[in-house]
Design a protein around this ligand. Structure first.
Ligand code: MD3
Ligand code: FE
Length: 199
């Protein structure tokens, strides 16, 4: 069922399907320690996606810029530990895409309510661009926008369902991507786990 989108980009539909309930339970626990919050962009705009992190580092945005921190600025505490089932899932997906020994040190947890979106961007804040990124979709479906190395490149729209996993590395690592606004729904969320090697 593996789908190669381009060199370095692999779509694994349903790869995490058996783990969905376990992953959602861990998200609840993580959010108990480091609650979801709407961060500010460096330009001062409130992000529509609510975020938290687990692992040795957590991704943050503020008027000061984007950065990885060892401590949650909202709690002053270390970010919650990355559950081993998270790490194992990310490793197995990366291995399937040919990236052996992927050891993520951070997992960003994105929460989309209806209307929330992620505008087109590149992931540029990581120290080691040779490591891939693994993304796991949970909850409501969403339309993922997948572009090329330039903002002006054409985009593909890919519907992501609960349990779908994507691996991005190599030539695809710096591609532009985003998520279309979540359609009005029934009071639930879409979650995305993004596994990265920050340092
Ligand atoms: C394609 N999150 O948090 S990662 C993000 O659905 C982010 O919330 C997406 O983009 C979400 O930065 C899922 C998908 C992703 C990540 C990195 C990529 C796609 C990528 C790097 C290159 C190309
Ligand atoms: Fe991204």
């Amino acid at each position: 069922d593996d789908m190669v989108l381009s060199s370095g980009a692999l779509f694994l539909p349903g790869f995490a399907a058996a783990e969905v309930a376990t992953l959602l339970a861990h998200i609840r626990t993580i959010a108990t320690c480091s609650p979801f919050r709407h961060m500010l962009t460096p330009g001062g705009r409130r992000m529509s996606v609510a975020m938290t992190s687990c692992g040795r580092f957590g991704w943050t945005s503020s008027r000061m810029g984007y950065r990885y921190t060892s401590f949650d600025p909202d709690t002053g505490q270390a970010w919650p530990q990355m559950p081993s089932v998270f790490c194992e899932l990310a490793r197995q997906a990366a291995t399937r895409a040919g990236f052996v020994d992927f050891l993520p040190d951070t997992c960003l947890v994105n929460r989309y309510a209806p209307g929330a979106r992620l505008s087109l961007h590149q992931d540029l804040d990581e120290g080691d661009m040779s490591a891939p990124i693994v993304s796991v979709s949970l909850g409501l479906p969403a339309i993922f926008l997948w572009g090329g190395p330039r903002r002006s490149n054409a985009r593909r729209r890919i519907t992501l369902h609960e349990g779908d996993v994507m691996v991005w590395g190599g030539k695809a690592r710096l591609n532009f991507h985003g998520v279309e606004p979540l359609p009005p729904g029934n009071g639930t969320y879409r979650y995305n786990l993004t596994f990265r090697k920050a340092r």
